[in-house]
Design a protein around this ligand. Structure first.
Ligand code: HEM
Length: 228
């Protein structure tokens, strides 16, 4: 325990915490995406899935765990960024970033945009503040009509485009995050760096295309209120 606390007080320890919590959040995102994909199967599939999730005995345990992991990830990321800044009090006269990518330089910035999206998203689908008229309806089986809520929302061009933009920004954050995760755990060698790059790109492409497909399919009318 003492060793663990000592590890977390070092910069590499904090990077490790960032990597582990980032991996957990990535797991949540992929699971959440797969769950959302039930929208493609129609109202019965997504409404029963949502009802199962809402009635799950471990729901609040999972929610608290997710909030804790997310909070630690944000806190450690900001602490590390501030540390890096103060370790380099004299800023470079020219940009030091010919090797560092755009995503790397703006990791904290893109992370804060992800945070803003999560707040917006919770206000939207969990609290019904963004589009009140499509929130709170029940289906014929008396369950929360998640299908109607999502379809009614994504028919709105502003909501649809805000999700498409957000998914791409989150994708950018994930792309750099997954690559630096390997560096943090010491997997960084010329012979497999290109494999890591391709694997990260494929994973993030699945996330972005999968998540963007839902608002786009609704907006273009492929998924409709009659059930797709
Ligand atoms: C097109 C993409 C997405 C769709 C259609 C979607 C849909 C939904 C819906 C319908 C809910 C509410 C479920 C319910 O109340 O029954 C929800 C909850 C949530 N979503 Fe998403 N989501 C998307 C992307 C994301 C992303 C990218 C994140 C994180 C960055 C995220 C994080 C969450 C969280 C934290 C909750 C709350 C879970 C809870 O209530 O316990 N979602 N989402």
């Amino acid at each position: 325990m003492h060793r663990l606390i000592r590890l977390f007080s070092t910069s590499i320890g904090r990077k490790l915490v960032l990597a582990v919590t980032g991996l957990m959040l990535l797991g949540f995102l992929l699971g959440h995406m797969l769950g959302n994909m039930t929208l493609l199967q129609g109202p019965e599939a997504i409404n029963s899935y949502a009802a199962w999730l809402q009635g799950h005995p471990a729901l609040w345990f999972m929610r608290s765990g997710l909030a804790l992991v997310f909070g630690i990830h944000v806190y450690v990321a900001i602490a590390l960024a501030l540390e890096n800044r103060s370790a380099r009090p004299i800023r470079y006269a020219t940009s030091p970033t010919y090797q560092t990518s755009w995503a790397s330089r703006y990791m904290v910035f893109s992370g804060l945009l992800v945070l803003a999206f999560v707040v917006y998203h919770l206000l939207h689908f969990t609290f019904g503040v963004v589009s009140l008229e499509s929130y709170g309806a029940l289906d014929s089986a008396g369950r929360h009509d998640v299908y109607a809520m999502v379809v009614n929302s994504f028919r709105n061009p502003w909501i649809c485009s805000s999700y498409v933009v957000a998914m791409n920004l989150i994708g950018l954050h994930l792309l750099h995050g997954t690559r630096s995760l390997f560096q943090t755990v010491g997997i960084n060698h010329d012979s497999y760096n290109s494999t890591i790059r391709i694997a990260s790109l494929v994973l993030v492409a699945i996330f972005v295309i999968g998540n963007c497909s839902l608002p786009i399919l609704v907006f273009t009318g492929v998924i409709g209120l009659s059930g797709g």
